[in-house]
Design a protein around this ligand. Structure first.
Ligand code: ADP
Ligand code: MG
Length: 563
């Protein structure tokens, strides 16, 4: 097929424009992104080659090479990883095949710094090449295909790109950047090597460059064609903690998580026992766009004795920890584990249980020692963590302790009240944890059911996240104190009421018996019971659900879901 010109997806065009402008102050990260992709491509080859050795084409030494030509002002990154066929080039490089594209554009603020972080989250690593290049050429051939099935992709980053068939003898991908005039500084040996060491030292494969110029015996400059490995090229997680700097952890995170921002916290441990493994797991600072998407792209990476096996979004950790990123490296699993085996493996279950404990411990540490960071975490991932109370029976109490809520204590929408805080403020004689659920925070805060509680100064949790119905139906008590909805059944305030109050209520109920019966008759089937209440102080009437019935909120949720 001869040369073909295709248009970028509209979103790609907008994104390219934005990218160039908002990341301009930190241009050098383009190299980190391209090396990160090259490394991913080698991981993918290793994975596919597990059951098809032929893919290595007698070249099993995976590597990344960086070279430049000062005069031509070009910079080239090549890898001998999986490569791409024509369709893959179109799908991966010409489109952003992700959900949440619109959400992304809606969130842009015009503030370059904030937007730069958003762009990172969205995972547009490849396009960062256009920060420094006004033309990018990518030639690639997928492992296992004949050399005649190579492809050349080229674009100036405006609205179009060209595709051409090409004979590519070596498998893998080569990307050449034609540097902009104001980015000529990157065609430089020292500069490139220091960027590689700064951002990509942790990459497990060797990143090779020509040895720099040196001085010969007579003081003459010697240019050698020999290559040297610029990075450490060892698995970061396999090194001992004391040898790893914070900066190295952060850069490693950005690579495994495809994030542009630093992580919030991490846990790194070598675990011994029935299963031997190393975990290095990170809590991101911000929720990715596909957090609620069933087709999530990323998850935790599984290695077996340093060999990348697969990246999995749901089997290595439970759903409610789906925001966690990082690696698990097992010493005991067989090299040929597949997704199918993962699902039924007792060994994986043991590793998973161990990793859950590590993540919960990391969150507990944050909650205790870095409260501002925990608040950030809760804002981004709280709704997801709450799912854990229903999902993870074994850790229910621990997860519940980590949960934060709004309450009538401050009436603020910020969720910062823990169940322990609540218990600490309980009134004398109070033996229950009270909550109200509603569709919105305002709905919860203004609920008439709260009147009596406000009057008596009893705190009530204000729950208005979608997950709260699921949460309260899973967690019926905490530290021996039942969780009780203020909107259900006959409200028994127990010792919060004195004898005189109780007497008065009974008296009123009999005084108004005639009235309540008349109301019930006229409402007929629509109500089960009409009674005099002491719940209200200002409102004349309110609806109450039966003790064992669904709450009004859940009923509405189910209705809207067509149940
Ligand atoms: P991400 O790395 O988060 O997927 P990128 O924009 O960095 O996003 O890359 C987009 C996609 O392009 C990758 O997912 C991959 O499929 C493909 N790709 C990029 N670089 C390479 C490469 N060197 N070899 C093979 N495929 C690549
Ligand atoms: Mg990438």
């Amino acid at each position: 097929m001869s040369k073909q010109t295709l248009g970028f997806q509209t979103e790609v065009k907008q994104l390219l424009h934005l990218m160039i402008h908002s990341l301009y102050s930190n241009k050098e990260i383009f190299l980190r992104e391209l090396i990160s992709n090259a490394s991913d491509a080698c991981d993918k080859l290793k994975f596919e080659a597990l059951d098809n050795d032929g893919l290595y084409e007698n070249d099993g030494e995976l590597r990344i090479e960086v070279s430049f030509d000062k005069d031509a002002r070009t910079l080239t990154i090549r890898d001998n990883g999986i490569g791409m066929n024509r369709d893959e080039v179109i799908a991966n490089i010409g489109t952003i095949a992700r959900s949440g594209t619109r959400a992304f554009f809606e969130q842009l603020s015009g503030d370059a710094k904030k937007d730069a972080n958003l762009i990172g989250q969205f995972g547009v690593g490849f396009y960062s090449a256009f920060i420094v290049a006004d033309r990018v050429t990518l030639t690639t051939r997928r492992a296992g295909l004949p050399s005649s099935q190579g492809v050349r992709w080229e674009s100036e980053g405006a609205g179009e790109y060209t595709l051409e068939d090409l004979d590519v003898p070596q498998r893998g991908t080569e990307i050449t950047l034609h540097l902009r005039e104001d980015a000529a500084e990157f065609a430089d040996d020292w500069r490139l090597k220091s960027i590689v060491r700064k951002y990509s030292d942790h990459i497990t494969l060797p990143i090779r460059m020509k040895k720099g110029p040196s001085y010969g015996e007579n003081g003459e400059t010697v240019i050698s064609d020999e290559l040297e490995t610029v990075n450490k090229a060892s698995a970061l997680w396999a090194r001992s903690k004391s040898e790893i700097s914070e900066q190295e952890y952060r850069e490693f995170y950005k690579h495994v998580a495809h994030d542009f921002e630093d992580p919030l916290a991490w846990s790194h441990a070598r675990v011994e026992g029935r299963q031997e493994y190393t975990e290095l797991l990170f809590i991101p600072k911000r929720a990715p766009f596909d957090l609620y998407d069933r087709e999530r792209r990323h998850g935790v990476k599984l290695y077996v004795r340093r060999v990348f096996i697969l990246e999995d979004a749901d089997k290595l950790l439970p759903q409610y920890l789906r925001f966690v990123r990082g690696v698990i490296d097992s010493n005991d699993l067989p090299l040929n584990v597949s997704r199918e085996i993962l699902q039924h493996s007792k060994d994986i279950e043991a590793i998973k249980a161990g990793c859950v404990k590590k993540v919960l411990a990391t969150l507990e540490d944050l909650a205790e020692n870095r409260q501002d960071d925990y608040a950030t975490f809760w804002q981004e991932f709280g709704k997801v963590l709450k799912e854990g109370v229903g999902e993870d029976f074994a850790n229910r109490e621990r997860i519940a302790k980590l949960c934060r809520f709004s309450s009538t204590h401050s009436d603020s929408e910020t969720q910062n009240v823990s169940l322990a805080d609540y218990i600490g403020r309980m009134k004398e004689g109070q033996d229950k944890i009270y909550y109200v659920t509603a569709e919105t925070f305002a709905g919860a805060r203004n609920s008439p059911h709260l009147e009596i509680f406000r009057k008596k100064g009893v705190e009530v949790l204000l729950l208005s996240d979608r997950v709260d119905e699921w949460f309260t139906s899973s967690l019926t008590e905490f530290e021996g104190k039942p969780l009780v909805s203020v909107a259900k059944g006959g409200l028994d305030l127990g010792q919060l009421e004195d004898e005189a109050e109780k007497k008065e209520q009974e008296q009123k109920a009999s005084d108004f018996k005639e009235l309540t019966e008349r109301i019930k008759t006229s409402l007929g089937e629509r109500v089960k019971e009409v009674r005099v209440t002491h719940r209200l102080t200002d409102s004349p009437a309110c609806l109450v659900a039966d003790e064992n019935a669904m709450s009004g909120h859940l009923e509405r949720l189910l209705k809207s879901a067509g149940q």
